[in-house]
Design a protein around this ligand. Structure first.
Ligand code: SME
Length: 162
């Protein structure tokens, strides 16, 4: 199962597409390849805060300060954060009231962090046995994007950098 998923993902990300395209494909791939996931998507760092990127699931917070939430903590510490029960995580930002557990994985390229990938589940402890698998899949994503493309014109326009 793990080998098949990794091969499918490698094939999906092989194209010459830009970051926004690969991120869209990746969020759909994660959302549709696994059970008990109600949200899967990106927050990209704009130099100050985390900005919502491509995702699957209900509408979500558009911006997260790096000092806030599970996403901000995972980004500022550059570490994977697995929250088995969001109701007991201090500072958790609730975007979807159905979410019960959450896994946030930093996006790291060439030693630099450029955002996080966030996965939510309606089941407590959903990620306890698959944290490593999701982390590997996000690492594969990061290895297939160009760091120089992280602020493509699309993202620069969204964040007001141009
Ligand atoms: N729960 C996250 C916010 C993002 S949504 O879950 C999509 C957090 O605490 O950072």
């Amino acid at each position: 199962m793990t080998g098949i998923i990794i091969n499918q993902l490698e094939a999906l990300l092989e194209s010459d597409s830009r970051l926004i395209t690969k991120a869209s494909q990746f969020s759909s791939f994660i959302f549709n390849s696994f059970e008990n996931i109600n949200w899967a998507g990106f927050y990209f760092f704009d130099g100050i805060k985390l900005i919502l990127g491509p995702f699957q699931g209900n509408t979500a917070c558009e911006m997260i300060e790096i000092s806030n939430g599970v996403c901000g903590k995972a980004f500022s510490k550059a570490m994977v954060i697995n929250v088995p029960d969001v109701n007991v995580f201090p500072g958790h930002i609730s975007c979807d009231c159905n979410s019960r557990s959450e896994l946030v994985i930093p996006l790291i390229k060439e030693g630099k962090i450029f955002g996080v990938f966030d996965i939510d589940s309606p089941i407590c402890g959903r990620f306890s046995s698959e944290e490593k698998l999701f982390t590997v899949l996000v690492e594969i994503f990061s290895s297939h994007v160009e760091y120089s493309d992280r602020f493509s014109p699309v993202f620069a326009a969204i964040t007001g950098d141009v």
